[in-house]
Design a binder for this molecule. Structure first.
Ligand code: ADP
Ligand code: MG
Length: 261
């Protein structure tokens, strides 16, 4: 499917991205242009390579082949215009850091190594905590926070970085309903400010409501484009194979859509 967006205007364009873990191919020849100022979702079954795609896009995961472009140019290292919120389960929550410490980490890319964090940095970090409703927890050890609160702290860290693109890996997994609403509100505010989001998302029921743009992934790109055109029965069946039942599809899609051949 042709991408309607100009790669030179995109905060992240991926071409022919191929990644393997030893012999095991995780991504094969994936093309995707993250549209600027839009909320994009990466959707696909377990093991589809969704987390790998985010890590490769940041240069954390080496690639076998493929080009990564930031606004049409090779991705800078580190890509400071991209903030990353990893999957919560992949984080060691026992390391001794307060919520404020974690948010300040978002600033390290901007500070010189010899610069101590100053009052204005801490002030900005607290401001970011306030934006996710976590001001009161600045001095709390992160290990003592609930799943939803931890997710908000990592969002605050991403905000502190003042990135143009947020990459998030299943930010809604295991969080309470209030946090889910807070996250989606934050996405929408970020979008009105021109920011872009690329988010691995596991809940098919909210794709239409939450996102503008979609990448359906199963090692290879199955389909990509605006949600309205891409989130179809045919594409979902192709992405999930036999893993989605007709009843599940019917619930997800308008009746006419679900039964279109
Ligand atoms: P997803 O996030 O879509 O569930 P992942 O990107 O985590 O998928 O993984 C894609 C594939 O790569 C899976 O088959 C997974 O088992 C494998 N994989 C992921 N990380 C590693 C790793 N560090 N070493 C070996 N295989 C891995
Ligand atoms: Mg994953």
């Amino acid at each position: 499917m042709n991408e309607p967006f100009d790669p030179t205007a995109s905060p992240l364009a991926i071409q022919g991205l191929t990644v393997s873990y030893g012999e095991r191919l995780a991504l094969l020849g994936v093309d995707f242009v993250t549209p600027p100022g839009r909320l994009s979702a990466i959707v696909g079954p377990n093991g589809a390579g969704k987390s790998t795609l985010l890590k490769a896009a940041l240069g954390i995961q080496p690639r076998v082949a493929g080009e990564l472009l930031a606004y049409g140019r090779p991705l800078p290292r580190p890509p400071r215009h991209i903030a990353y919120v990893p999957q919560r389960s992949s984080i060691d929550w026992d390391f001794p850091a307060t919520a404020l410490d974690v948010v300040l980490m978002g600033l390290y890319g901007r500070l010189r190594w010899w610069q101590p964090t100053r009052r204005r940095h801490r002030h900005w970090a607290r401001e970011c905590l306030a934006r996710v409703g976590m001001e009161a927890f600045a001095e709390t050890q992160i290990g003592r926070l609930s799943g939803g609160q931890q997710q908000r702290i990592f969002l605050a860290r991403a905000l502190a970085q003042q990135a143009e693109l947020l990459l998030l890996d299943e930010p809604f997994a295991g969080v309470d309903a209030a946090t889910e609403r807070a996250i989606i509100e934050l996405f929408r505010t970020f979008r009105t400010q021109g920011g872009s989001v690329l988010c691995v998302h596991h809940d098919l029921a909210t794709v239409r409501d939450y996102f503008d743009h979609l990448l359906l992934l199963d090692v290879e790109m199955v389909a990509a484009g605006p949600v309205a055109e891409t989130f179809t029965a045919t594409n979902l069946q192709q992405t999930y194979g036999g893993r989605l039942t007709a009843a599940q599809l019917a619930r997800l899609l308008p009746a006419t859509e679900a039964f279109r051949p």
